[in-house]
Design a binder for this molecule. Structure first.
Ligand code: AHM
Ligand code: MG
Length: 332
């Protein structure tokens, strides 16, 4: 058993083997190593939070007006620190921070990170899977980081990552080289390649949506969800990363549509929809806002919300056709 585990490639072995051959990715391996380091720290904190009395909130709210949990702040501070220390990051935008953290404009600082450091906040206190999400863009050449560097479509990402802290801790990385999943080894805490070249299985079996919002949706969205009900089983964790991860590995569609009170839905374009859309497309899936392919959308604000329909391409397309939406097949 041990021999099998330790023979699996570590994240560092994978990134130094694959990314080093392409100058486009110079330094990205250090950014990914920093994310892995931060994830190890956050995972340890999440596991021990109740024992350390670190569950719950001090009552503060973030830029979205949502209550910030102690672990949200810990995760945000941890990832900002490790990403700064990597030496390759110019700027970090984050769900929990109003304004972008500008790290520096050095020659090596060529990446911009948009992150949700701890996704699924409402599940923190009840031992249900949560996660972290990262979109990675390259800084434009020369000069300080500007809004034009930060507000760029998801199509310009060079990589995207999420980590799910569940019954195991898994880091999923998408680059032009495809989608790879690394599981944290409980012995030495290294991430090892366990899910190579992930493709969303053709057999869709699951739909994931907050059915409690049903009567807030417009008629077309209701019709689309009724049609999914008739065909598939409902699975909804309420942590985007956990719902997305299950559907990526097993086949499925996830929806967070707009509704009467929140026409743009709940999820954020830059650090929730864009990274997961990038991963979904590289795994053969699709992601739409209902009217646009997610990766085509020109962002207007760092914290803007967007409806999200993501998963198996054919089911996303058939769902959109009932919602009268489109998925522009410019994607993969
Ligand atoms: P968060 O980033 O503050 O944790 O909020 C996002 C979460 C997602 O993980 C999840 O998909 C969604 O909110 C669930 O919302 P709801 O409880 O409305 O179904
Ligand atoms: Mg989130």
């Amino acid at each position: 058993m041990d021999a099998v585990v330790t023979s699996r490639r570590t994240l560092n072995e994978y990134t130094s083997g694959v990314l080093k051959s392409d100058p486009e990715f110079d330094g990205l391996e250090y950014v990914l190593a920093a994310i892995a380091d931060g994830a190890q720290k956050v995972q340890a904190q999440v596991q021990g939070a109740a024992l350390a009395g670190a569950l719950g909130s001090d009552g503060q709210t973030n830029v979205q007006g949502e209550v910030v949990q102690f672990l949200d702040t810990y995760a945000s501070d941890t990832f900002v620190e490790v990403l700064k220390d990597s030496g390759y990051v110019a700027a970090i935008s984050c769900e929990e921070i109003d304004n972008t953290v500008i790290v520096g404009n050095g020659l090596d600082q060529r990446f911009i990170i948009q992150m949700d450091p701890l996704d699924g906040s409402s599940n923190i206190d009840v031992a249900v899977s949560i996660g972290s999400i990262f979109g990675i863009w390259k800084r434009r050449k020369g000069g300080p980081v500007t809004d034009a560097d930060l507000l760029r479509p998801g199509d310009e990402q060079v990589a995207a990552v999420y980590v799910v802290y569940g019954s195991s801790t898994v880091m999923v990385l998408a680059t032009e080289d495809g989608v790879q999943g690394f599981t944290m080894d409980p012995e030495d805490r290294d991430f090892r390649l366990t899910h190579a070249d992930i493709r969303i299985p053709a057999d869709n079996s699951v739909y994931s949506v907050n059915e409690g919002n049903f009567y807030k949706w417009d008629d077309a969205t209701q019709r689309a969800v009724v049609s999914l009900r008739e065909a598939f089983s409902l699975r909804y964790v309420g942590s985007l990363v956990a719902d997305f991860h299950r559907n990526l590995l097993k086949g499925g569609i996830f929806l967070y549509p707009g509704d009467r009170s929140n026409p743009q839905g709940k999820l954020r374009l830059m650090y929730e929809a864009n990274p997961l859309a990038y991963i979904a497309e590289r795994a053969g899936g699709a992601a739409s806002s209902g009217s646009r392919r997610i990766l085509d959308i020109q962002p207007e604000g760092l914290h803007q919300r967007i409806p999200l329909i993501i998963g198996n391409r054919d089911v996303v397309e058939s769902t959109l056709s009932i919602m009268s939406g489109v998925y522009d097949t410019d994607g993969e």
